[in-house]
Design a binder for this molecule. Sequence first.
Ligand code: ADP
Length: 273
Amino acid sequence: MKKTVFETPNIESQTIEELSQQLLATSAKLYETNLHLEKVQREREEMLANISHDLRAPITAIRNTVDYLCSGQEISPEDRDSALQLIDRRTKTLENLIQDMYYLFCIEDTSKALDMEIIPVAPFLEEYFFDTLANSRYNGYELHLDLPETLNCNIRIDVQKMIRVLDNLFTNAAKYSEKGSDITLKAQLSPDGQVLQISVIDTGMGIPADALPYIFNRTYTVSSARTPNSATGSGLGLSIVDAIVARLSGTITCESTEGEGSTFCISLPIANF
Ligand code: ADP
């Protein structure tokens, strides 16, 4: 029978030192990855809990109203009208929530490619601004465009997704400001000319300092008492903004002072043809 002989590998002590360093680095990385996975898992669980809560509230309202309408009791035409209006409003809430959730899942699915193209910044922002100015949703607000005359650079973006980012920021700027307030779209280059900063600046109610670190989290909403009833959103607007900006290799920050207003600033790398 053939005998297997195990030979002691001839490893220099320096090599052992290097190997144990590598082992340490690898286990540190594994530890970090594990922490990250746990965080993602926790966020997913919180998000599912939030989604089922957010879905349950309008569904319960619709169910109760339908039960009332079908109860056979005498209902005045006025009460019937308000019941139907309530069903209409709550159904719209559900539609928005489901649409935004699906949109967010699609953005975060990195196996789906974005429609990236390199475009000149100034004409893109000017066109966006004048479209927004013409949108009746912003009637009564003072919209401003602040672009340096020398802004002559390109960015690599998915145009439709970038429009969605700006739309969400403008919608919030109007939603959380009094009619008549200023909303400014501003762009500038970083001092080294490598990064474009696009800001949406409002002079509205601002965001409390303790809420600021959490506003881009899917699982977080600043007290709903702050949101005007006529403008309740899905609560996913800023999460969608954050997810799109990340896929465009950019970052977004928010500076805000309660009672004075908010500035959302997107930083994107400059692209060359
Ligand atoms: P929502 O549908 O609640 O507006 P968002 O994700 O768009 O969801 O925003 C999250 C929260 O951040 C909002 O509930 C609101 O309190 C706060 N917020 C967002 N934008 C602004 C803004 N421009 N001014 C004041 N608060 C804002």
